[in-house]
Design a protein around this ligand. Structure first.
Ligand SMILES: C[S@@+](CC[C@H](N)C(=O)[O-])C[C@H]1O[C@@H](n2cnc3c(N)ncnc32)[C@H](O)[C@@H]1O
Length: 418
């Protein structure tokens, strides 16, 4: 296969393979695939042959697999975690909405722009104007319900939950769209705490609207992304179908949280196999992490240790989290940009630990290389901390697929293992 074909193949992506899958198929590291894609390295003969084989195989699958299986809208789109997960199983996005200027920037640099409407504030949108779709997807803002969000708002004497005028009522905007557009299904995501917020009353209202008022068959499940990603991240997923069917959310296989990848799978390799990605890694031989930027200062590290000690003495569990590459991390939060204390990388001995780079945060959430990160570190940390775990959405969507009956072709070949 000529080199030009290889790079164009990799540039446009073998249609059904992510970088990680390609790396697995070819027995190389993900960073090697990344370098091929960037054309900073040419695959060896044996890998070219294997790529050709994969290409032939995917070409055979192409006409059927590229068939759109369902359409969806991406509300509170953030940087497109839901979208990546749904596109992976044949979903086609027909409408997006995201208010934050920086999240929009990231979204637009990763997904084609101009192909469909991309609105700003959902409050300014007339639900009737939204395009018809099979599935409504929304990870609606969770701060009014999250443990951290509630205590912060309490401390500031601000209302939370549905009483939070700014964000709490956005759920009712979802309701308005479901009423106007009547999609066959929806998938909603939020923090686990949504269930217990206001002693369960918030959740009762949500259930009441979706089931009783709108008549959707609703099922919910708390899923931990830890089996797919090296991070403890429990989120509640609400799946609804307009027509009655035998969908059983409890029957979906969830990967065991103790199995699956460890942090080593998302950390920069620092062995020269990755391309340099400034400002995250240095342009040295091993492409080491830019410690000047991501290593904690002595001052901050001392502060965090003293803080943790004080709270331990009081019987509180609060403190930093320091992890080695063979472990899994705590939940990445949108506040990671502050000091990164919830996930610090142990550098051995008495060395000061370092924070994750935004690239590592992307991988930690399942946004595979080369997901574009055009924004500052602060914005990137916020965006990944707010995002949904992509492989979990893919797994749920795959499980929902046969119930999205209208557009699903039962003759489709099996999907690749996710
Ligand atoms: C929990 S995040 C969703 C993240 C997304 N699932 C992802 O993977 O990136 C909620 C998003 O809703 C956006 N948002 C909040 N209020 C909004 C509004 N009124 N209109 C549109 N988007 C809004 C926020 O900017 C934020 O990006």
């Amino acid at each position: 296969m000529p080199n030009s074909t290889i790079s164009s193949l990799l540039l446009h992506g073998l249609p059904f393979y992510t970088d990680a899958q390609l790396a697995r198929e070819l027995g190389v590291s993900r960073s090697t695939v990344f370098r091929w894609r960037r054309e900073s390295r040419i695959p060896r003969r044996v890998h070219r042959d294997r790529l050709e084989e994969l290409l032939n195989r995917s070409e055979q699958r192409k006409p059927r697999r590229s068939k759109q299986r369902f359409t969806f809208i991406d509300l509170f789109a953030g940087i497109g975690g839901m979208r990546l997960g749904l596109e992976a199983v044949g979903g086609r996005c027909v409408y997006s909405c995201e208010r934050d200027k920086f999240a929009r920037e990231t979204y637009l640099s990763n997904f084609e722009s101009g192909a469909h409407p991309f609105d700003h504030d959902i409050n300014d949108v007339d639900p009737n104007e939204i395009r018809d779709h099979d599935l409504l997807a929304a990870g609606f803002p969770c701060q009014p319900f999250s443990v951290a969000g509630v205590s912060k708002k309490n401390a500031l004497g601000l209302p939370h939950g549905f009483n939070c005028k700014e964000q709490g009522n956005l759920f009712f905007k979802i309701r308005d769209i479901l009423i106007a557009k009547k999609p066959a299904a929806f998938i909603l995501e939020n923090v686990k705490n949504l269930q217990s917020h206001d002693r369960g009353n918030t959740f009762k209202v949500i259930e009441g609207v979706l089931k009783k008022e709108l008549g959707y068959q609703l099922q919910t499940r708390v899923i931990n992304a830890k089996g797919w990603l090296p991070q403890n991240r429990e989120r509640i997923f609400m799946v609804g179908f307009r027509e009655a069917n035998d969908f059983d959310f409890t029957g979906m296989h969830v990967k065991h949280p103790d199995k699956g990848p460890t942090l080593a799978s998302i950390l920069h390799t620092e062995d020269g196999t990755e391309s340099c990605e400034p400002p995250y890694t240095n342009d040295d031989e091993l492409k080491t992490v830019n410690l000047e930027k991501y290593r904690l200062t002595r001052h901050l590290w001392t502060y965090l240790k003293d803080y943790a000690k004080k709270h331990r003495a009081l019987g509180n569990g609060f403190g930093y989290g320091k992890f080695t590459p063979d472990q899994k991390a705590r939940t990445l939060s949108a506040r990671y940009y502050k000091d990164g204390s919830e996930i610090l990388i142990d550098r051995g001995g008495n060395k000061y630990p370092r924070r994750l780079t935004p690239r590592e945060c992307a991988r930690l959430m399942g946004f595979e290389d080369p997901f574009s990160i055009p924004v500052s570190d602060t914005q990137a940390y916020r965006q990944f901390g707010n995002a949904v775990a992509v492989p979990v959405v893919t797994a749920i969507a795959k499980y929902m697929l046969r119930y999205l009956s209208k557009t699903v072709d039962s003759q489709q070949p099996p999907l690749p293992n996710i």
